[in-house]
Design a protein around this ligand. Structure first.
Ligand code: ATP
Ligand code: MG
Length: 375
């Protein structure tokens, strides 16, 4: 997708502005703390209606204001008629009310409005995807699959709802019949989540390895799914369901003892490992700073490829000053990879003009100072 206009009202430190974005994109240059990341946060808010930095909505409203609003007009790069969409998101601090509109129509279910920009954001915080706990990687999976796999978000929400109920029953030591009444719902929705995660990771695993190898020049790394549920040879939906069913039954005693559901996709892990010398070493524990950063980049490149494959869209690429910790060689190779793959629009930020290396020739330069953009 291409973002053609962006309207900002009371978003973080950004001044109220109405902007027109060039089709190739823009490089936003400014000193620290001027609002560069905030600008990308505002754009990506229109993709997932949340902060990509995980900040609560309250924090996004300009200090002293009550409501923020972001409006974007986007045009498809794929459909022959270049269909367009206007996405509006607003949040009111006082009433803690979020409102999302697509083409002027208020969306009852946020899930239905997700992903209109087909955007991917590369940020320094991505390092957490590799260095952080399993929860970070599950969150990544959930966002990518909610945006790209029809039905995933619904299954995930149902799973969470049932899990909460089942855990409450276990915690309160209610009779087994009450605990197990939740099992069919848990297994049905959970199996769908498991299957989607496994299929996606298996599908993009090779691309992850390729991106990693190309950026690092010689290094090898792999991404594999470590399901909490032993899947064995289960492939088809009914086999995954059966495997989850057996696992839930097998864990029944333990669940009761520990007062919580101990098996299921909420305990999944995505394993990122260094291959080659030191085979199978966990990147999280053994990776150097550069290796972990490279793996994080590979995850985002895989995400961009998923958007292309599943949605048939050229992704809108947002890059928040991510080359800081890569050595020169790695940076150059990432840039080459991105330049080769990304024919679409790019919005990137950098502290200095000389840091703009990606699409150096084609990108317009904008400046930002104290939240005011000059184009
Ligand atoms: P860096 O180069 O260090 O990454 P940046 O340009 O990306 O800097 P931002 O993260 O966008 O900077 O933040 C800019 C400023 O926005 C910070 O000084 C912060 O205090 C301010 N800020 C954050 N939230 C709000 C808010 N709700 N209202 C007003 N200002 C805010
Ligand atoms: Mg920043």
């Amino acid at each position: 997708m291409r973002l053609s206009t962006l309207t900002l009202r009371h978003f973080r430190n950004l001044c109220d502005q109405d902007l027109e974005l060039p089709p190739e994109g823009v490089a936003l240059i400014g000193d620290n703390a001027q609002g560069k990341s905030n600008f990308l946060e505002a754009i990506y808010y229109l993709e997932i209606f949340r902060s990509f930095r995980g900040a609560p909505d309250e924090q996004l409203v300009t200090f002293g204001a009550d409501v923020f609003r972001v409006v974007g007009n986007a045009a498809s790069s794929a459909s022959p008629d270049r269909s367009t969409a206007q996405v509006t998101a607003a949040f009111e601090r006082k009433g803690r009310r979020k409102k999302v509109c697509v083409d002027g129509a208020e969306q009852e279910r946020l899930g239905a409005a997700l992903g209109r920009l087909a955007a991917v954001i590369f940020s320094p915080a991505d390092l957490e995807l590799v260095s952080g706990g399993p929860k970070e990687r599950r969150r990544f999976l959930d966002i990518v699959l909610s945006l790209n796999e029809p039905g995933y978000l619904g299954a995930l929400q149902e799973y969470r709802r049932v899990l909460l109920q089942r855990n409450a029953a276990l915690r309160d030591a209610l009779p087994a019949s009450i605990v197990h009444a939740w099992d069919p719902g848990l297994i049905e929705s959970g199996a769908e989540v498991i299957r989607a995660r496994r299929d996606w990771i298996e599908g993009v695993g090779p691309a992850f390895g390729t991106f990693y190898a190309r950026v690092s020049n010689d290094g090898r790394a792999s991404m594999t799914y470590e399901a909490s549920v032993p899947l064995g040879h289960a492939r088809a939906a009914e086999d995954v369901r059966a495997a989850f069913h057996d696992a839930v039954e097998g864990a029944s005693e333990r669940d009761r003892r520990l007062g919580t559901t101990t098996v299921g996709p909420h305990r999944d892990e995505v394993r990122l490992a260094l291959d080659g010398t030191g085979d199978g070493l966990d990147l999280r524990e053994y990776g150097s700073g550069g290796q972990r950063r490279t793996a994080a980049l590979a995850l985002r490149l895989v995400e961009a490829e998923t958007i292309r494959d599943r949605r048939g869209e050229t992704p809108l690429i947002l890059v928040d000053d991510v080359f800081a910790e890569l050595d020169e060689g790695r940076s150059e190779r990432v840039l080459e990879l991105m330049e080769a793959a990304e024919a679409g629009q790019v919005v990137l930020t950098a502290p200095k003009e000389s840091d703009v290396r990606f699409k150096r020739q084609t990108l317009a330069r904008w400046r930002i100072k104290a939240g005011r953009l000059t184009t």
